[in-house]
Design a protein around this ligand. Structure first.
Ligand code: C5P
Length: 250
C-alpha cells in the first residue's frame, strides 16, 4: 500500500473513509486514489445494497481494511449467522445495534470469533450502535418509549455492549468522554460527525474537528464528504491527516 507510517495509533490508522456512493466504479476509484494515504474504508448500506458482498472482498483484496456498517438488529440466531458471513468476507470491523439485547450481542461475538478461526483470519472488531445521532430526546421518549435521559441511555447501552464482549461502540465525539468513563480506556469509540473547520457541515449538526475528536478520546474517526466530496479527495485527506498529526505533537 506504500504507507511509510503504519504504526498503530497514527492518524492514517485512525481515519475511516465512508464510501457513501452507489456503485463499485466510484468506490474503487476512491479506494485506489486514497489507499496510499490511509487504509480504512467504510462500506455502508447504500454501497452494500447496490453492489453486494463482493465489494467488501474487492476492497479488502486491494489491501485495505473494511468496516462493514450494516447495523444488524434481529433475533440472536440471525444476527450471529449474518455476522459470521460478514467475517468470512474479510471485514476488519462490523456493527450491530445494542438495542437488540445482550444475548444478541454475545451470540454475534461468538459467531465472529468462530468464523475467523475457521477461516484462519484475524477476528474483526465488533462494534455496537447505541442511539443513532439522528434521534432526539423527544423521539427517544415520545416514539421509542424510552423514559431515560438520552445520555444515560447511551451510557447504559455502551456498558451492556462491553459486558456482552463487544470491542466498542459508535458514538458522537461529544459522548466519548462519558463512554470512556463507563467502559474504560481500551473500549473502542468510532466517531462520525467529524468536520475540519474548512469543510462544509452538510447535514451533520453537532460536529467536532478531527483534532478535537482525537483529544476527546476517539479511537477511529469516520469521515465521508469532507474527503469524498472534495474536488481533490487525496489533498483533502492529506490536509486532515496533517492537522491530526500537528495536534498529536502538541
Ligand atoms: O459524509 P459524512 O462525514 O457526514 O459521513 C458520515 C458517515 O458516518 C456516514 O456514512 C453516516 O451514515 C455515518 N454515520 C453518521 N452518524 C451516525 C452514525 C453513522 O454520520 N450517528
Amino acid at each position: 500500500m506504500g504507507l511509510t507510517d503504519q504504526l498503530p495509533g497514527r492518524p492514517n490508522q485512525k481515519v475511516i473513509v465512508a464510501l457513501d456512493v452507489d456503485n463499485r466504479i466510484k468506490a474503487m476509484e476512491l479506494v485506489t486514489n486514497l489507499a496510499s494515504e490511509l487504509n480504512w474504508f467504510k462500506v455502508g448500506m447504500e454501497l452494500f445494497s447496490a453492489e453486494g458482498p463482493q465489494i467488501v472482498r474487492e476492497i479488502s483484496d486491494a489491501g485495505a481494511k473494511v468496516f462493514v456498517d450494516l447495523k444488524f438488529h434481529d433475533i440472536p440466531n440471525t444476527v450471529a449467522r449474518a455476522s459470521a458471513a460478514i467475517t468470512r468476507l474479510g471485514a476488519a470491523m462490523l456493527n450491530v445495534h445494542c438495542g437488540g439485547g445482550k444475548e444478541m450481542m454475545q451470540r454475534a461475538v461468538e459467531a465472529v470469533r468462530e468464523a475467523a478461526a475457521q477461516e484462519r483470519i484475524p477476528v474483526p472488531k465488533l462494534i455496537g450502535v447505541t442511539v443513532l445521532t439522528s434521534m432526539s430526546q423527544t423521539v427517544l421518549t415520545g416514539e421509542a418509549g424510552v423514559n431515560r435521559e438520552l445520555k444515560e441511555h447511551v451510557q447504559a447501552l455502551a456498558l451492556l455492549a462491553k459486558e456482552a464482549g463487544l470491542d466498542g461502540v459508535v458514538a458522537s465525539p461529544q459522548e466519548v468522554e462519558m463512554i470512556r468513563a463507563a467502559c474504560g480506556p481500551e473500549f473502542i469509540a468510532v466517531t462520525p460527525g467529524v468536520r475540519p473547520v474548512w469543510a462544509a457541515l452538510n447535514d451533520q449538526k453537532r460536529v467536532t474537528t478531527p483534532a478535537e475528536a482525537l483529544r476527546l478520546g476517539s479511537t477511529y474517526l469516520v469521515i465521508g464528504r469532507p474527503i469524498t466530496g472534495a474536488p481533490d479527495p487525496k489533498a483533502a485527506c492529506r490536509k486532515i491527516l496533517q492537522e491530526m498529526s500537528n495536534n498529536d505533537d502538541k
